[in-house]
Every structure is written in structure tokens, then in C-alpha cells.
Design a protein around this ligand. Sequence first.
Ligand code: PEP
Ligand code: MN
Length: 367
Amino acid sequence: MLIVMTSDATESQIQDVVQKIKSIGLKAHTSHGANRTVIGIIGNLEPIDPSPFSDLPGVAECLRITKPYKLVGRDLKRDKTVIRIGEAEIGGENMAIIAGVCAIESREQTMLTAQVVAETGCRWFRGGAFKPRTSPYAFQGLAVEGLKILSDVRNRFGLRIVTEAVDEAALDLCEEYADVIQIGTRNMQNFSLLKRAGQARKPVLLKRGMSSTLEEFLLAAEYIMAEGNYQVILCERGVRTFGDHARFTPDLAVIPAIQQLSHLPIIFDPSHSTGRRETVIPMARAGVAAGADGLLVDIHPYPERALCDGPQALFFDMFRNMIEEVRAIDLIVKRHRESFGAAKGADRTASDRPEDSRVGPQCLTRE
Ligand code: PEP
Ligand code: MN
């Protein structure tokens, strides 16, 4: 349930509502908007009786949140979430590009790549130290040695580091060394890992499960937020279909659908979703045109020798071209928003009317 306070509600009236929620054993999530404060009640399994709350001073109305994802949805928080680390942002005014190698293979390979990423003005570097591989015989990553190289990338180039945690032990280490913890597609419904990520004090980049519905994706993000970590970035990385011309099928329509349902930033990975270098740039252009808040891209100094995902890694010159192209497209998308939307990023929001957040893409529940 959502308790909407009157625009002149005092801090002590807000606290009284929070205390009342806690006294019945539930959690309160307070969101201070420009005009009013909204308090979400989280953790109930059954519908809550609004009467003990509706009569409290300062309460304007009590609304039921009908969506199963309470913290992820726009009912509770209408403003977009922006992830900020120093100057680097995801979900803000500028499109974020997270680029780097699939796997950290060596210091030389990583530094050569990081130099190019920094030169193109990107602020985020990706690289796997722990790799979730289909075959147990494939290269599994350099583990801590890889994390140390990533840490050196941050020190040398000022890039912010995104790296994947494949399990809870890896997450402890990634939390120590990285800026953003990635949860991969194969772990999107690893609920104990999601809970652990929710206890981390670093933002989490959650990749969509390759066979997951939109609702399952948003509920996976809810797992992280329910533990108290509100810094979540969603990533579309392609889903399994009957198409066999690419590794996966990029589901670009999920980008505007998510932007209507959730305040979380949604980025797009054209590399893993296609698996083929020739297809990465066209899909990157399309993802930005669809309104993605950023891209996650694999590049490599010598893709033909890469130990992981070489066929999808862009050569450096391809990457430089891609950056120019997607920046030009991003400007057009922004101009469109400015001329059609009243508010900043208007076509990513469900508008200012609360009832609008209840229409739009519906998720089919598959329990
Ligand atoms: C990756 O980003 O390196 C990765 C393994 O991606 P995914 O989990 O989407 O396959
Ligand atoms: Mn990869």
C-alpha cells in the first residue's frame, strides 16, 4: 500500500506513519517528491487494511499498489533513478557507455583496451574476473588477479569499474574492488545471490535472464531493492527465441516497456545479445534509438585471440565509429524528448498522473 501525505504534512506526521507501519511488523519506504511525500508499505503478503492509516494527521490518501514489484515500480517513485559515482552517471542526462573486455586475460590486454575506452570519453569500464562459462573446461577468469588489474584501470584512467559476481564469494570480492557489481543472465533468479547483492553497498547491474519475462526481471530487481540496495541498473542482453542467425534475440521493445513501469535505468548489451561483431553496431544504434540509458559493449585488442566471446568483440576502430554514431543518435532522441515532452525525459516516464502508472504494458504473471 502507498500512503500519500498531504503537501503540508510535517516531518513528525511522516514519522508517525512510519512508526505505525513498523509497529505492525512491516517495512516503510519513504519517498520525498517535489510536492509531497509518499510512504510505501513493503513486506505484506496479504492486502493491508487502510483504516488505521487514513485517519492519521497529514495523510491524504491510501492507495493499493497492485504491482508485485513495489520498490522497482513507478507507483512509489516517479522520478528516474540516477546512479552516480563521481562524474560518472547511468540514467542521467547523458547516455552511459560501459565498454571493455569480456574477460580480463592479461594486464596488457586490459590496459590497451582501457586506454581506448578512456580516450573516447567513456567513463565506465567492464571486464570479467569471474566468468560464468557454459563449459567447465573454458577459461573461467583470473579471479582476484583480474580484480587487481581492474583496480589499476581505475587508478590509471579514472574509469569506473563494472564486473560480474558469479556467486556469493565472488560478490564479497567484487564489492571490495569494483564500483558496480554485475549479476549475469544465468544468475538472474539466483535468489540468494540477489539478496546478497541487496546487502552490498555498491550499485548492481542486473542482466535479464535469457528466458525471463518482464515481470520476472523486475521481481529479480525487487529482490535486490527489498534488502535495502536501491542502486540497481537493468540490462537487456537478448533472449532465447527460434532465431538462429544470432546468439540471442535482442528484445528492444522491453526498453520502453521498462521505462514506463520502472524508475530504474535500463541499458542495452548489443554484444551478448547478438554474439556477432557485424551485428553489434547496428543493434547498438537501435538500442539507443529505442531510448536505452546506456550500452554495455565488448571490445578487444585482438578479438581473434580472445579467450572469451571473441566473435562479438569489436575492433578498436569499430568501437570508435560506434561511439560517434550512437552519440549522434542519442542527440536526436533527446531533441525528440525535449520537443514532445513537457518534462525532462518525458517519454521515459509514466507522466505525473498517478493513474497513468497503472496503464501501459502489463506483465503476464507466470507463477
Ligand atoms: C558478460 O557480460 O560478460 C556476460 C557473461 O553476460 P551475460 O550474463 O549477459 O551472458
Ligand atoms: Mn562475454
